[in-house]
Design a protein around this ligand. Sequence first.
Ligand SMILES: [Zn+2]
Length: 191
Amino acid sequence: MPVAPVCRRFTLLLAALWAVGCHPVTVEQRQAVAAEKEGSPTMITLIEYSGDGQSLGPVQAAKLVLPDEEWRARLTPLAYSVTRHKGTEMAFTGKYDKHSSRGIYRCVACKTALFSSDSKFDSGTGWPSFWEPIAPQNVRSEMDHSFGSAREEILCSRCDSHLGHVFPDGPAPTGLRYCMNSAALEFSQAK
Ligand SMILES: [Zn+2]
């Protein structure tokens, strides 16, 4: 048997083992990384908001793709764990659970506007909850099958940070409950 194919198979096996041990990477993330390597960042359309929460309309933005060590350096340990490794802060410990000031909640990692205080409500769950995102373009969802259940995960559209999950048991007018981690958010007060 030729030596080369055996080596190749061994390399593939190592690659497979490495992949199993890592967090899943979405097709979108792979495309964004590949595009960045080729010098052409993936462009997306977001709705931009001013500091006092006024819509500035749609803007084209490059997806923010950084190496894991860069995210680790930029974020607090808790924010890094939640946003980059799909962690969950303990209920009733997040700084925005009982937060009721007027303003907008941005992504802690890339500052994209995500939620308005206008759609925040007290869900009693211990996590900040909203009945809709500030703009549908600014978040995206994926099915999450971890822990033996099917949940809809919510991520930041620009940097793919994990934010939390959405559930169909929220109040009117949407009937949705966007259950977020405070550690994934950064509040800016309306002026
Ligand atoms: Zn983000």
